[in-house]
Design a protein around this ligand. Structure first.
Ligand code: GDP
Length: 295
């Protein structure tokens, strides 16, 4: 993932390191190359502009240019800003202080929502929680079956009601079932659509109001690039989200979505999907991701 961006940035840094002393012109030239690399990685244009301005401002300071290791310092500034871009330190999943947490999974069809609901349940189970999955994607019977299958793989219970076409009612029943079964985490899988539409949003808002989730997690497909960022902005505006799970980061994504979405929506990536298997979900660490990109 991000291999092309990573290679390009490493080339820029290599050139800087080779120079010894740096002038303002050297830094500006390097930043031009960083800008190009980010744009080629499909990072949002405004995000790139702000990023380059901030880094340049910090890097052309006298302290950096006069220091014994100016290249190192510039690279450190880029690293710090990239960590900020990827979400800073504000990326942890929040648990309810009541001891009973509810996560509502939302996203477009095909983003990986159902798979990710199962993966998240498995991950939380490994952390000692007792999660329940609730199937509210009622329009495709196959989706309910799919959730039951991933629940089984994750070794957690799944609540479904094949007889109802009322997602709000099923969500509420699921929460009651979780409480009765002494589960401490409920993960509600909701219906997706191919595109955002009002009907979908109305249903999600109704579920949100009925179950008051601890967090709403938006599942986004990293491979869809800036479309994913637009989807995130729309969901955040119309529903309000708390965090993002970026899937398919194992593919040959250029990285633009992951690098733009926090700056555009203000909401952090909390988990990363890195494969189709149940264990392929990682807690998202902006610092580790920035290190991976910058090499
Ligand atoms: P939904 O329609 O949003 O519920 O999406 P699904 O959960 O059915 O996933 C759609 C496809 O994406 C499936 O083939 C999943 O195996 C695949 N998928 C989900 N997450 C990842 C991921 O992180 N990496 C890869 N490579 N594939 C994923």
């Amino acid at each position: 993932m991000f291999s092309s961006l990573s290679e390009k940035l490493q080339d820029v840094f290599k050139k800087l390191r080779g120079k010894g002393k740096l002038t303002e012109k050297d830094i500006k030239e390097a930043m031009k190359e960083v800008k190009l690399a980010l744009l080629e990685a499909d990072v949002n244009y405004k995000v790139v502009k702000d990023f380059i301005n901030t880094v340049t401002q910090k890097a052309v300071g006298e302290e950096v240019l006069e220091s014994l290791t100016p290249a190192q310092q510039v690279i450190k500034i880029v690293y710090d800003e990239m960590v900020n871009l990827l979400g800073g330190s504000d990326t942890k999943l929040t648990f309810s202080p009541s001891g009973f947490s509810i996560y509502m999974m939302v996203g477009l069809q095909g983003s990986g929502k159902t798979t990710t609901a199962g993966k998240l349940a498995g991950l939380l189970k490994k952390q000692g929680k007792n999660p329940l999955l609730v199937a509210c994607d009622i329009y495709r019977p196959a989706a309910i079956k799919q959730l039951e299958v991933v629940a089984q793989k994750a070794g957690v219970k799944c609540f479904a009601n094949y007889n109802s076409k009322d997602a709000v009612k099923i969500a509420k029943e699921g929460i009651e079932f979780a409480k009765a079964s002494r589960c401490d985490v409920t993960i509600v899988d909701t219906a997706g659509r191919l595109h955002i539409n009002q009907e979908l949003m109305d249903e999600l808002v109704a579920i949100k109001n009925a179950i008051k989730p601890t967090e709403i997690l938006l599942v986004l497909d990293a491979m869809t690039g800036q479309d994913a960022v637009n989807v995130a902005a729309a969901f955040n505006e119309q529903l309000g989200i708390d965090g993002i799970i970026m899937t398919k980061l194992d593919g040959d994504t250029r990285g633009g979505a992951a690098l733009s979405v926090k700056a555009i929506t203000g909401k952090p990536i909390k988990f990363a999907g890195i494969g189709e298997k149940m264990e392929d979900l990682e807690v998202f660490h902006p610092d580790r991701m920035a290190s991976r990109i910058l090499g």
